[in-house]
Design a protein around this ligand. Structure first.
Ligand SMILES: *Cc1c(COP(=O)(O)O)cnc(C)c1O
Length: 412
């Protein structure tokens, strides 16, 4: 057996990981054009409009709305879906805070459903069990680019007459049974913050899947103070509040150039992630994510789980050993399931107030979503990006296999 680098052996990875430039002349040229328009307001310029037209073409949809962030995109979708005071919205306990913020700003109540153990996405049976007469919407999160099991979720939503919002911040060009995630629910929300597949610094998009003009106008207005700008005159007769989440022409300009690179980025990530999945099968104590061959996963990161009963080490020891082999990694994803945050434990979204939680029987007890809790204490996250080489990927496989073999428990 090879000696682990952490015990003085030679590390698997000696050379650097592949790197590259995300932004180049294409973005610079677009930015210059934006400035030459002499306006950076999305409604007067052409860049945000072009960006959305390109995005719509890529996703085969007629309407989408640009926003200032992915968090904003989700809030806009909730607003368009009519989510309001006291409504319940079912979502995942393993996600970015951005999934939850819009729910709380609408004074609605997040309800956490449990996850599938190896896709890390919502378990439809748990979603069904959390439906109440107050449930207004479901936000599915396609975590790390793995598609959530949409068919049963859509069926549940249809049965109860509730909306489905897809959080695709980590899932560009992911396909569920051949269909693009973001086009399956009522709304598909994306983020272009600096850490996602593509970046405009910050930004977001909402796909309007109903294709209904009225739905589009409502969502559009919700991102712009409820000003209705799409008619011949601006209608400021606002009947309820909406934030200002406008995207600027600068972001739209960078987005145009970034979108052109997106298919290549996703293709590379998919190839690398799928190769990791294949190469990491059959290693004792290591459980790769479950990616059904009928789906296309575009891996925002790679996350496996450890079966600690099969290993002689703790997760922390496994991670340190992998790090010593030259493979950056992180134990888990977020520190704890979302409902363990003080916000939910204290039922206090706004300082000095328990609204809208007071009077609600929604639970945030530890143990509420046991599978999700188990995922977070056994997961190992390995970053991956489109600039890596195939050799980098093979090194990751080799290193995980080496660490796994050294810590494999033998049956006495
Ligand atoms: C990044 C992210 C968001 C929020 O996007 P921002 O652009 O940072 O507001 C929401 N949900 C998920 C799953 C994310 O990864």
């Amino acid at each position: 057996m090879e000696t682990l680098a952490i015990h003085g052996g030679a590390p698997v990875k000696t050379g650097p990981f592949g790197t590259g430039k995300r932004f180049g002349d294409e973005e610079a040229a677009q930015l210059l054009e934006a400035l030459e328009q002499n306006t950076l307001f999305y409604h007067f310029g052409s860049k945000v409009k072009q960006f959305l037209a390109d995005f719509n073409a890529m996703y085969g949809r007629e309407y989408s709305v640009a926003t200032s962030s992915g968090t904003a995109a989700l809030h806009v979708a909730l607003g368009a879906a009519g989510v309001s005071v006291g409504d319940e919205v079912i979502t995942s306990p393993i996600t970015d805070q951005g999934t939850l913020i819009g729910i709380l700003y609408q004074n609605a109540i997040p309800v956490f459903a449990d996850l599938e153990p190896h896709t890390y996405n919502l378990d439809p049976a748990s979603v069904a069990a959390r439906i109440t007469p107050r449930t207004k919407a479901i936000i599915v999160v396609h975590l790390a680019g793995y598609p959530c099991d949409m068919d049963p979720i859509m069926e549940i939503a249809k049965k109860h007459g509730i909306k489905v919002i897809e959080d695709c911040a980590q899932a560009y060009l992911t396909r569920y049974k051949g269909r693009l995630t973001g086009t399956i629910g009522d709304y598909g929300c994306f983020s272009t913050n600096d850490f996602k597949h593509i970046s405009t610094g910050d930004g977001g998009m909402v796909l309007i899947n109903s294709g209904a003009r009225e739905d589009y106008e409502t969502a559009h207005a919700f991102a712009d103070k409820n000003y209705r700008r799409l008619g011949t005159t601006v209608d400021r007769g606002t009947s309820y509040i909406a934030p200002n989440y406008r995207m600027t022409e600068l972001q739209g300009a960078v987005g145009i150039a970034q979108l052109k690179k997106l298919p290549w980025i996703c293709e590379r990530r998919q190839r690398y992630g799928d190769r990791l999945n294949e190469g990491l099968q059959g290693i004792q104590g290591v459980i790769p994510p479950q990616v059904d061959p009928e789906h296309d996963c575009t891996y925002w990161f790679y996350m496996l789980r450890l079966d600690l009963d099969q290993l002689t080490c703790s997760r922390a020891e496994f991670c340190s050993a992998l790090e010593a082999e030259g493979i950056p990694n992180r134990a888990g994803y977020i520190p704890q399931v979302c409902y363990m945050q003080p916000l939910f434990q204290n039922r206090q979204a706004y300082p000095g107030s328990h609204f809208p939680f007071d009077g609600s029987s929604v639970s945030y007890k530890p143990g509420l979503c046991p599978v999700a809790e188990e995922i977070l204490v056994t997961a190992v996250q390995i970053p991956l990006n489109e600039f890596y080489s195939l050799e980098d990927i093979e090194d990751i496989i080799h290193a995980v296999a080496k660490v796994g073999a050294c810590y494999a428990k033998s049956d006495e």
